[in-house]
Design a protein around this ligand. Structure first.
Ligand code: UT7
Length: 324
C-alpha cells in the first residue's frame, strides 16, 4: 500500500465586477476584435475596492470544503499560490487560516506566478505522501488588477482577479495507475528568463509594489515548447498517453497557447477545458477555477484522468496528472 493524495473537492470565487473588452476599448487603444482573436478573452473579473486576495481565497476555500463535505477543522495544511499577497508578510495562507478559524497545522505561500497552482499541488502531494500531513487546502488566488499598468494595452487586457481551491486528502492506494489521486507532478524553472515577465517593484528593490511587465511574444514562443516537454515527461513517467487523458485543464492564459499545446500533444480538442474567455489570465487561480467550473458542470467525474499544466514568470512551469 502507498499513500496517495486524493482530490476531495474544489471550489472557486470570482468578484462580481465584470470588465468587458468593450469597456477596456474605451480606456486604451484596443478592440474587442483584437483581444478575442489574439487571446480568446472576452471578460475579466475585477476585485472590489478593499477586496483582497485572502478574502477571495477564503470564499473559494469555503466552497471547496462544502463540495467535499468537510469542515475547516479537518484541514492541517494550507498552501496558497499567489503573486499578489495581501501583505509582504505574513503569508496569505495564514490570513486564510485565520479566516477559516483554523489554529492547528501549517500554512504557507508558494510563489511561482502562473505556475503557482501546479507548484502548490506538487508541494502538498509531497507533504501528504510523506505522512506528515493528512488533508491539504491548496489555493490559487490573485488580484492582478492591482499590479497592472492600466495604460499599457499589451498587458492590461490580459489579466483578471479570482480564486480557486482544491482539498487533497492522503488515502491508501495500491500504487497503481488505477488509484485515485495525484499520479505524477513535474516542476521546472529556468531563471535565465526572469526579465521576460516580471513586476518592476518589490520590498528589497524599490520598496514599492510595481507593475507587471511582459514581452508577450517571447513568453508565447517558449510556452508551447516548454509545456509540451513537461507533459511528455508526465506521460513517460506514468506510461499514460494523450488518449488516456479524459480532461486537459491547462493554465488559462491564452486560447492560442492552449490550442497549440493540445495540438502538439494530439489531445482531442473536445477534452480541453477552456474558461479563459470568462475571466482572462488569473495566474495561479486559473487552473483551480477551470477545475471547479468543469466539476460543477458535470464534465470532470470521479475516476477520470485529468492533466494540468502551467507556465509563468521566471520562467517556471510544470504539469500534474491526477486520477480524479
Ligand atoms: O500566464 C503566462 C504568461 N503570459 C502568457 O502566456 C502570455 C503570452 N503571450 C501572449 O499571449 C501573446 O503574445 C499576446 C496576447 C500578449 C500578444 O499577442 P501576439 O499575437 O504575440 O501579438 P504581438 O505582441 O506580436 O503584437 C501584435 C500587434 C503589435 O502591433 P505591431 O507592432 O504589429 O504594429 C502590438 O502593438 O498588436 C499590437 N497590440 C495590440 N493591439 C490592440 C498589442 N496589444 C494590443 C492590444 N490591442 N491590446
Amino acid at each position: 500500500m502507498v499513500r496517495r493524495s486524493v482530490i476531495m473537492g474544489c471550489g472557486h470565487y470570482l468578484p462580481s465586477r465584470v470588465l468587458s473588452n468593450q469597456e477596456l476599448a474605451a480606456q486604451v487603444d484596443t478592440s474587442d476584435e483584437w483581444i478575442v482573436e489574439r487571446t480568446g478573452i472576452r471578460n475579466r473579473h475585477i476585485a472590489a475596492e478593499g477586496e483582497t486576495t485572502s478574502q477571495m481565497a477564503i470564499k473559494a476555500a469555503q466552497n471547496a470544503l462544502k463540495q467535499a463535505g468537510l469542515e475547516a477543522q479537518d484541514i492541517d495544511l494550507i498552501i496558497v499560490a499567489t503573486a499578489t499577497p495581501d501583505y509582504t508578510f505574513p503569508s496569505t495562507a495564514t490570513q486564510v487560516q485565520a479566516g477559516l478559524g483554523i489554529t492547528h497545522g501549517a500554512a504557507f505561500d508558494v510563489q511561482a506566478v502562473c505556475s503557482g497552482f501546479v507548484y502548490a499541488l506538487s508541494t502538498a502531494d509531497k507533504f501528504l505522501i510523506s505522512g506528515s500531513h493528512q488533508r491539504a487546502l491548496v489555493i490559487g488566488a490573485e488580484t492582478f488588477s492591482r499590479i497592472l499598468d492600466w495604460n499599457d494595452r499589451t498587458t492590461c487586457v490580459l489579466f483578471g482577479d479570482g480564486a480557486g481551491a482544491v482539498i487533497v486528502e492522503a488515502q491508501q492506494g495500491a500504487g497503481q495507475l488505477q488509484d485515485r489521486g495525484v499520479l505524477s507532478t513535474h516542476l521546472r524553472a529556468d531563471g535565465r528568463h526572469v526579465d521576460k515577465l516580471y513586476v518592476d517593484g518589490g520590498p528589497s528593490s524599490t520598496a514599492t509594489t510595481g507593475h507587471l511587465r511582459m514581452e508577450g511574444r517571447e513568453v508565447f514562443r517558449y510556452a508551447v515548447t516548454y509545456l509540451a516537454e513537461i507533459i511528455e515527461e508526465a506521460f513517460t513517467t506514468t506510461g499514460l498517453t494523450a488518449d488516456d487523458v479524459d480532461w486537459f485543464v491547462p493554465h488559462q492564459a491564452n486560447r492560442r497557447i492552449i490550442e497549440a499545446t493540445a495540438r502538439k500533444l494530439s489531445i482531442d480538442p473536445a477534452k480541453v477545458v477552456m474558461t479563459v474567455e470568462n475571466h482572462g489570465n488569473t495566474s495561479a487561480a486559473s487552473i483551480p477555477l477551470a477545475l471547479s467550473t468543469a466539476v460543477a458542470d458535470g464534465r470532470i467525474k470521479k475516476g477520470q484522468v485529468v492533466l494540468m499544466e502551467a507556465m509563468g514568470g521566471g520562467f517556471t512551469w510544470g504539469s500534474a496528472l491526477v486520477r480524479w
